[in-house]
Design a protein around this ligand. Structure first.
Ligand SMILES: Cc1ncc(COP(=O)(O)O)c(C=O)c1O
Length: 377
């Protein structure tokens, strides 16, 4: 028996972790500037998170969505208050792809239409509708190619309107800052006009905050900088700090009906406890303000490195663009300096997605290692 070989693996086996550090079986310590792909929001094994999950597990780990779960109600209330999305309704599921799958289905139920507008370089997951609206032919099987989807350049409002005005579009799905695609972000005018077009043509605006949400950009959600009001906001990753969960915030104009959406595991007691713990720590440790401040320091240090041709992203969702492919640099950072970083669809872009608890001394370690590697090129 062997594993189904789908992941290109680094030969490292982390066995425990604390805050921004991972430790392998040989007790080698790694600085985590990747956050397990933007998942670790409040730091590895945060004591509040561990204590709350332990207590919940001893009390009740799981029961189905056929009974009342007041933790879901507490989470809905706290999440809507902290994210400034009061009146939105919460539906919980198990992953980012599943959140988008449900969002697209909901848009289709609500509008009774089926075409979707998505954007070039967008990534929304690997389930049927989610992968259909993802701009990557390599991860689509023939069974995924039957959804009617139009891919448009980020920022091209004219083409959006041309397609939207034909009356067949149920949803526009967009990452405010593209993650896997390479940190692209359009202007505030674009997002605001996109939102207006949605209203004009009875289309739901789905904002995918799976990577950029839960404080990663220094705002609770990345769309807030552009002052828009999405119809559906999808979340996952940092929401559970590693506990597998996803969710949708749904505008009050969208009405639920019994059986419309559903899941066995979504919103279980452990998942709710994980996310409530994330919110508790974000609030108590003022991690949104910290993210804004530490990001300023990070940007200042990076600005001094002339090999970086462009610095993309916001908060602790950053992309360092070089004029050479970063594969070798990333390997050196990992194997020589013991620093995890990320890559993207853009071969020249190094991605930084650390826990939001990152401190100046961690940035200094990274800058020193980066400068050393760049000096040997
Ligand atoms: C923006 C975005 N949407 C959706 C997904 C899919 O999430 P998951 O892997 O939890 O299904 C990802 C994962 O990287 C993502 O970055």
């Amino acid at each position: 028996m062997s594993l189904f070989n789908v992941y290109p693996l680094f030969d490292i086996n982390p066995i425990h972790a604390n805050d921004v550090y991972l430790y392998d079986e040989h007790q080698i310590k790694y600085l985590d500037l990747y956050g397990g792909h933007a998942v670790i929001s409040i730091g590895h094994s945060h004591p509040t998170y561990v204590k709350n999950l332990q207590q919940q597990l001893e009390q009740l780990g799981f029961y189905s969505n056929s009974v009342k779960n007041t933790l879901q109600e507490t989470l809905a209330h706290k999440l809507c208050t902290m994210s400034d999305c009061s009146q939105y309704q919460l539906f919980l599921c198990n992953s980012g792809a599943e959140a988008n799958e449900n969002a697209l289905k909901l848009a289709s139920f609500h509008t009774q239409k089926s075409k979707v507008i998505a954007f070039k370089n967008g990534f929304h997951g690997r389930t049927s509708a989610a992968v259909a609206v993802t701009d990557n032919l390599k991860i689509k099987a023939p069974i995924n190619t039957h959804h009617p989807v139009e891919f448009i350049d980020l920022g091209d409002l004219e083409t959006v309107e041309k397609i939207a005005s034909q009356g067949e579009v149920c949803a526009i799905i967009i990452e405010i800052i593209q993650g896997v695609g390479g940190l692209g972000e359009a202007s505030t005018t674009f997002y605001q006009e996109l939102s207006q077009l949605c209203q004009q043509y009875d289309i739901l605006l789905i904002v995918d905050e799976i990577q950029s949400g839960f404080g990663r950009t220094g705002d609770f959600f990345a769309f807030q900088k552009h002052q828009i009001k999405p119809d559906i906001i999808t979340m996952a990753k940092g929401m559970g700090n590693g506990f597998p969960m996803g969710g949708l915030l749904i505008h009050p104009k969208i009405k639920a009906s019994l059986g419309m959406l559903g899941t066995t595991f979504g919103g279980n007691h452990l998942a709710c406890t994980a996310s409530l713990s994330v919110l508790e720590v974000l609030e108590k440790d003022k991690l949104l303000v910290h993210t804004q401040e530490i990001a300023k320091y990070f940007r200042k240090q990076l600005a001094a490195i002339i090999a970086i041709k462009q610095l993309k992203g916001r908060g602790l969702m950053l992309g360092l663009e070089f004029d050479f492919p970063i594969t070798a640099l990333r390997k050196e950072l990992l194997y020589k300096h013991h620093i995890f970083t990320g890559n993207s669809k853009d071969p020249n872009l190094l991605r930084i997605l650390p826990p939001l608890t990152l401190q100046k001394q961690h940035i200094d370690i990274f800058i020193q290692a980066l400068q050393l590697e760049l000096s040997t090129l």
